[in-house]
Design a protein around this ligand. Sequence first.
Ligand SMILES: NC(=O)c1ccc[n+]([C@@H]2O[C@H](COP(=O)([O-])OP(=O)(O)OC[C@H]3O[C@@H](n4cnc5c(N)ncnc54)[C@H](OP(=O)(O)O)[C@@H]3O)[C@@H](O)[C@H]2O)c1
Length: 227
Amino acid sequence: MKRICIIGISGKLGQYMAQHALDRGFDVVGVCRPESLGKLDRFGDRIKVYPGRTNDRAVIEQAVKGCDGVLTVLAPWGTDDYASGTAKAVLDFAEPGARLIFSCGWHISRDGKDRYSWKLKTFVAVFGKLAKWMRAVDLDDQVRATDMIFASDTAWTVVRGSDLEEGDSEGLPVWSAHVGDPVLASNRTRRTDFALFMVHALTDDRLIHEAPAIVSRLSASARAMAA
Ligand SMILES: NC(=O)c1ccc[n+]([C@@H]2O[C@H](COP(=O)([O-])OP(=O)(O)OC[C@H]3O[C@@H](n4cnc5c(N)ncnc54)[C@H](OP(=O)(O)O)[C@@H]3O)[C@@H](O)[C@H]2O)c1
């Protein structure tokens, strides 16, 4: 793995991923909205940025050229198929054989075998309807995006983040195939470690065609299972 592209590099997760990728010695290119370029000033010329919306197919085609891996922040913004447009552009234009890693939340289910708390179900139902009504966020489009990825024959991994918090790293998160598994009960991960897991997935072939749901390795539930 030499050169990687981060789609959505200026967000919180994107910036953490950029730092972890640089720490590993990768060449880093990224895509971010033109109005967000300033958020990346601290990286200077250590990264190359293509300004554009993440569902802009021409920008994605240019940015992913020659990349061995692509890290995509799947964000369900607006009601114009932003997440599914982003996923489709990455799937269509990434180099054959490139490792493709996508981020989303626990609400995404690959096989319908996840077991959700009433709290998460209520949040998704209420927030999802309200946000769509306000035309701010379309969770259904994030589902369409991940369904498209799951059906793809590319070397994909869909990383499903728990509730996120800021703070120093607690190490590489642990994961399970299904939400509801006891190891995930604590439902918390440091955002920097979500990014660490995304970057780690680029070179861990055991994660190809998996949708790991992650949790901090120092959380109570992860420690209880380790013990
Ligand atoms: N937040 C959570 O608690 C949580 C929990 C589990 C999983 N996740 C997943 O983690 C990933 C990152 O989420 P995050 O909450 O940490 O946010 P984030 O890293 O700050 O990322 C948000 C992304 O969306 C872009 N964005 C913001 N407003 C936009 C708009 N109106 N139109 C288009 N793009 C816009 C941002 O770009 P700009 O820099 O240009 O604004 C950035 O690339 C997502 O895949 C999410 O599903 C989040």
